[in-house]
Design a protein around this ligand. Structure first.
Ligand code: NI
Length: 138
C-alpha cells in the first residue's frame, strides 16, 4: 500500500457562533473566531489517497486527476468564499475546521473511490498551530 498526498491552499471567511447565544457568550466559547463581522484564514489542505500501484503507470492515482478533483469539488466552492453563507456542503453546520474537514472528505470520497483508490485522510491547517485530521467515519 502506497500513500500519496496532494497539498492545496485556499482562503475563506467564517464565523464560529450559535445564533441562540449572545455575542458575549459566543466570544466566551469560540474566542476571536466568533467576531460578528467575520474574519478569514489561509487554510492549508492535504488530501492523502492510498492504494496499490498501477502496473501500467506506476501511480497510486494520477496526481493531476486528484488535483482536478480537489479543485472542482473543494477549492471552487471554498476559495475566497464565506463558509457560513456561500458553501453548500457547510449549510447548517458550525464552520469549525473539524466540520470543514469532514465536509471536504464527503465531497472528495466518491471521486477518489471511482478512480479505484481509497481516501485515507483529509488534513486541514486553519493556522500554523491548529491542525485537524479526519480519517473517515470509522
Ligand atoms: Ni476563525
Amino acid at each position: 500500500m502506497v500513500y500519496i498526498t496532494r497539498k492545496e491552499h485556499f482562503n475563506s471567511a467564517h464565523r464560529l457562533f450559535r445564533e441562540e447565544y449572545s455575542d458575549e457568550e459566543n466570544l466566551r466559547i469560540f474566542g476571536k473566531c466568533s467576531n460578528p463581522l467575520w474574519h478569514g484564514h489561509n487554510y492549508v489542505l492535504q488530501v492523502t489517497v492510498k492504494g496499490e500501484l498501477s502496473p501500467v503507470t506506476g501511480f497510486v492515482m494520477d496526481l493531476k486527476v486528484l488535483s482536478r478533483l480537489i479543485d472542482e469539488k473543494v477549492l471552487q466552492q471554498l476559495d475566497h468564499r464565506n463558509i457560513n453563507l456561500e458553501v453548500a456542503f457547510m449549510k447548517g453546520k458550525l464552520a469549525s475546521t473539524e466540520n470543514l474537514a469532514i465536509g471536504i472528505w464527503e465531497e472528495l470520497e466518491p471521486g477518489v473511490c471511482s478512480s479505484g483508490s481509497i481516501l485515507h485522510s483529509v488534513r486541514l491547517e486553519e493556522t500554523e498551530n491548529n491542525i485537524i485530521e479526519y480519517f473517515g467515519n470509522k
